[in-house]
Design a protein around this ligand. Structure first.
Ligand code: PLP
Length: 422
């Protein structure tokens, strides 16, 4: 008998990360530097309990929180979100209107719905090379083509972006290009942060090719790790604040990494007509994100509990990043290039080009045998004809593992690498 599955159901590949997670669960002695999880030790149990208690103590505040809400999300949370972003952007107003904000089930849902609203099968989205692998999985599942643009430590390689756009214009494929997706703060997987100057240049380049495309070319800015900066200085402002940003930037934000991954509330800001389209699609998905969780976050933001919590976790991640940095300096061969982040959850390690660290490589197998797991960098590269997928890189996360396990895990990995890298 034929399958009853839809084209999408048949086409959607198993997420590469599920195998890694299964492996980690099956081997309790294994140290995982692979998971993108936040630190269990700093999840806000006491704060959440106190705030939920305040909400549920009286029917006046409790009942609205236990009722369905609106599709766009709680008005109060959207206003607080706009004010919060304004503060992160150094007081810049206008860019963050609550009327263009939608609260979603994590920023993941927002990314998915944005692609639903924007792309048909066969359309093209430009991505950083490498990029967030779950985003690549959405593209694969929906039959959208990904084109990689080289990434440098301060953001996209602008000359390469221009080459890619020019090539697409020459072949006429530019008409299928809908957006450029950038993870602009402490990027997953490399830890790179895009400078404001590069965001400006990217917007100008996209603008130049809009005529050839015949429609707007959007910049989809994913700011998932924005609030996890180690230093006191805020990370650079978003592209929304740049001239023209309001009309062509789609901003994906989240409260999941800075507050609690289990609460899983994210948000997006979009220009029209995309905002209305995404709102209608969200109406079909779930007609509104869990209201109780939105009330919890609104109260955390309004009372200052959120800001205090974020200040604490930033220190914690900065400390764990230092632990990883020292362990890497001690145990990794000197010719492994390390990208050290200024925030977020990840280091990026680049082995000499000839050495593979991919899923099927000897390095990966030896790491597993020594009970340490990392994310092979090759999973973060789009299937794209202009180059072979590089396989000599690793994403190393210090988010979930304890300081002791970070030290032990990097020491084990260093031992493994010394067998292969000379
Ligand atoms: C770059 C990036 N964007 C978005 C997400 C989705 O996060 P959430 O749905 O929890 O907001 C993640 C999660 O790891 C991520 O790494």
């Amino acid at each position: 008998m034929k399958t009853a599955l839809s084209v999408l159901g048949r086409r959607t590949a198993a997420p590469p990360i599920s195998w890694l997670m299964k492996t980690a669960l099956a081997r309790p002695q294994l140290i995982s530097l692979a998971a993108g999880f936040t630190d269990n030790a700093t999840l806000p149990t006491a704060i959440s309990r106190r705030l939920l208690d305040q909400i549920l103590r009286s029917p006046r505040t409790g009942r609205p929180a236990l009722q369905y809400g609106t599709t766009a999300g709680e008005r109060h949370l959207r206003e607080l979100t706009a004010a919060h972003l304004q503060k992160l952007d150094g007081g810049h107003d206008r860019a963050h209107a609550p009327e263009r904000t939608i609260i979603t089930g994590g920023s993941q849902q927002f990314l998915y719905m944005t692609l639903e609203a924007l792309c048909d099968e066969g359309d093209i989205v430009l991505v950083e090379d490498p990029t967030y692998f779950v985003f690549l999985s959405i593209l694969q599942s929906r039959g959208i083509q990904a084109r990689g643009v080289k990434l440098e430590r301060d953001g996209l390689d602008l000359a390469h972006l221009e080459t890619v756009l020019e090539r697409l214009k020459k072949t006429g494929a530019i008409r299928r290009v809908k957006a450029l997706y950038l993870v602009t703060y402490f990027q997953n997987p490399t830890g790179a942060t895009t400078t404001l100057a590069k965001k400006r240049a990217v917007l100008q380049l996209l603008k130049r090719y809009e005529r050839a495309a015949g429609h707007p070319l959007y910049l989809l800015e994913d700011a998932a790790y924005r609030e996890l900066a180690f230093g006191r200085d805020a990370a650079p402002p978003t592209a929304l604040t740049l001239p023209g940003g309001r009309d062509c930037v789609i901003y994906a934000g989240t409260y999941s990494k800075p507050f609690a991954t289990g609460v899983r509330v994210g948000f997006g800001i979009l220009p029209e007509p995309l905002y209305t389209a995404v709102l209608r699609i969200k109406g079909n998905h779930d007609f509104g994100t869990a209201n109780l969780l939105q009330h919890l976050l609104a109260r955390a933001l309004a009372t200052g509990a959120y800001d205090r919590h974020v200040a604490g976790i930033r220190k914690n991640y900065a400390r764990k990043a230092r632990v990883m940095q020292r362990a890497l300096a001690e145990h990794f061969p000197a010719n492994v290039e390390i990208w050290e982040p200024g925030g977020g959850l990840y280091f990026w390690a680049r082995l000499p080009k000839a050495i593979s660290a991919g899923m099927k490589s000897k390095v990966f197998q030896a790491a597993l045998e020594n009970d340490v797991l990392y994310v092979p960098g090759e999973l973060c590269y789009a299937e794209d004809g202009w180059r072979r997928r590089p396989a000599n890189e690793m994403r190393l996360s210090f988010g979930h593992a304890s300081a002791a396990n970070i030290r032990a895990g990097i020491a084990r990995l260093g031992q493994v690498l010394k067998q292969f890298v000379r």
